[in-house]
Design a protein around this ligand. Structure first.
Ligand SMILES: [Zn+2]
Length: 447
């Protein structure tokens, strides 16, 4: 099973299903073909746009009404250029015990491990679970799921319906004073991306006095938004993370107190900037203006400008939080002069940290890593899990990794250079998923 997962991972990397955000990119049909060969069965293929294929395999359960479990991986990857890499990102080279290539951790490693853990159920080598067991490989995760998970949930819910789901993100364990602890991604922040539009009155650039200049308004707004402190929420996930980190009573108390939090994060930043960024993102509404366009010519007062702002809300925050924050930070005069267009609105989502899948994941860790020590993790990014969580599905991301790479280095490889995963980690994740699926079968009818 382990070797099969590694071979499949290499094949998926070599397919190079690069999603650059345009409808004709991706070409995920190639990885659908690879999976059909791997399973020896065609499955049910859905094509939302030429070349953008997703494939579903469903094994009916043996107990009517028992909860179903889905394993969902995406097959697309973000672009990579050869520059900056030690090996070709699409060669699928195995070197020094690592599989190298774009998608090695995001998330072809898990997509492949899931397929290897699922195949014995599909072939009949393992008995069916009480409820349905489903494998879903989706296109287009990297550009918002328009041609993949979002499209399937909106147009073919009958085909992809499930009660529980394993998907992204699988992170390595963290080291704590009491030993290793495994993060289970149970929640993610919600994107509330906004386009800020400023309007001015055109005129000669040699006489700027008293003019309404769109670029000046936009610059003022961006500077205020970038500098202002943002609303804080201490979520139950953050409490669990702080508890498991074992940082001592003073630091722990400061990280859980909204009044001391920002000072505590600054203290962390002096030692470990990466950790400070994570702590900040997991406790705050974040606001990051990342694109600016404005004006047409050096000697013309700017008539129009816009800025795209990446905003992420915690569970418990929503578009009202965003709007109130903007009004407060910009001041009502500037706020009223600007327009705010939503680019993407999606609420933060959170799944319960208890129940049959939570227990099954614990059994998986116990079997493969020798400990049940796991904690609910909140991710700052966005995954396809959100389309399922809003339909009431309990969705987690989990895996097992060896100690050849720490959390910081691991996280930096998502969409970065030299993306790679150790061969052993792929094997461990495969074994972990196989145990978790079997144990879900036991827990799902026992509770
Ligand atoms: Zn991903």
């Amino acid at each position: 099973m382990r070797e099969a997962a590694v071979e499949l991972l290499v094949a998926l990397i070599q397919n190079g299903c690069v999603n650059d955000g345009t409808p004709d990119s991706g070409g995920e049909y190639r990885s659908v073909e690879t999976l059909q060969e791997f399973f020896g069965q065609p499955g049910q293929v859905f094509e939302s746009h030429p070349g953008r294929q997703s494939v579903v395999y469903r094994i009916p359960g043996r107990v009517s009404g028992a909860p179903s479990l889905m394993l969902m991986g995406h097959t697309d990857v973000v672009p990579a250029s050869r520059h900056g890499w030690d090996h070709d990102p699409f060669e699928g080279l195995i070197d020094d015990g690592f599989v190298w290539g774009r998608g090695a951790v995001d998330m072809l490693n898990v997509t492949a491990a899931m397929a290897a853990a699922f195949r014995p159920f599909l072939s009949g080598e393992k008995d069916p679970l009480p409820g349905d067991l489903i494998y879903l490989a989706v296109a287009d995760e990297e550009a918002g799921g328009t041609y993949g998970a979002k499209w399937l949930v909106e147009n073919h819910w009958d085909v992809v319906a499930c009660d529980y789901q394993l998907t992204e993100v699988a992170y390595p364990p963290i080291t704590t004073p009491d030993g290793l602890a495994y993060p289970v991604s149970v929640a993610e922040k919600g994107p509330y991306w906004r386009k800020l539009i400023a309007r001015g009155v055109p005129g000669h650039g040699s006489q700027p006095h008293g003019r309404e200049n769109a670029v000046v308004d936009l610059g003022t707004a961006i500077a205020r938004l970038a500098e202002a402190p943002t609303p804080v929420i201490i979520t139950e996930e953050w409490q669990a993370i702080v508890e498991i980190l074992g940082l001592g009573p003073d630091m722990s108390a400061a990280l859980l107190d909204p009044d001391q939090l920002d000072a505590a994060i600054e203290a962390i930043a002096a030692i470990d900037p990466e950790m400070a960024r994570i702590a900040h993102a997991l406790t705050h509404l974040t606001v990051s203006p990342n694109v600016v366009h404005g004006g047409v010519k050096n000697n013309v007062i700017a008539e129009e400008g816009h800025a795209d702002v990446d905003i992420r809300a915690l569970p418990g925050q929503d578009e009202t939080t965003v709007d109130d924050h903007f009004r407060k930070v910009l001041g009502s005069e500037l706020y009223d002069r600007l327009q705010f267009e939503p680019i993407m609105d999606y609420p933060a989502g959170s799944s319960p940290k208890e129940g049959p899948l939570w227990e099954a994941v614990g059994d998986g860790y116990e079997q493969v890593a020798g400990t049940r020590r796991r904690f609910p993790y909140l991710i700052s990014g966005t995954t396809d899990a959100r389309f399922f969580r809003t339909r009431g599905v309990v969705a987690y991301g989990a895996g097992v990794f060896d100690d050849r790479m720490g959390t910081g280095e691991f996280a930096s490889m998502f969409h970065g250079h030299n993306e790679r995963v150790s061969v052993d980690s792929v094997g461990l994740t495969t074994d972990f998923l196989a145990t978790t699926v079997e144990r879900f079968g036991v827990h799902s009818v026992a509770e």
